[in-house]
Unconditional design. Structure first.
Length: 61
């Protein structure tokens, strides 16, 4: 997947999250805790407690 340079921002959530969260749960974290709009086309990255997995939330409009 290629993104136009300078138009996509990556937000990394600063605390570990449970990888059992659904995409709705990650959406809620991005919306209410990070105070960002998940539908903006930006990338939202979340890591697990051991930092062995990453989950990226992205909505293509």
């Amino acid at each position: 997947m290629f993104f136009p340079e300078g138009q996509v921002r990556v937000f990394l959530y600063g605390r570990p999250v449970s990888m059992r969260l659904s995409f709705d749960g990650l959406y809620a974290l991005a919306r209410h805790v990070m105070h960002q709009d998940p539908l903006s086309g930006n990338l939202f990255a979340f890591i697990n407690r051991r930092a062995t997995q990453i989950r990226v939330l992205y909505f293509d409009l």
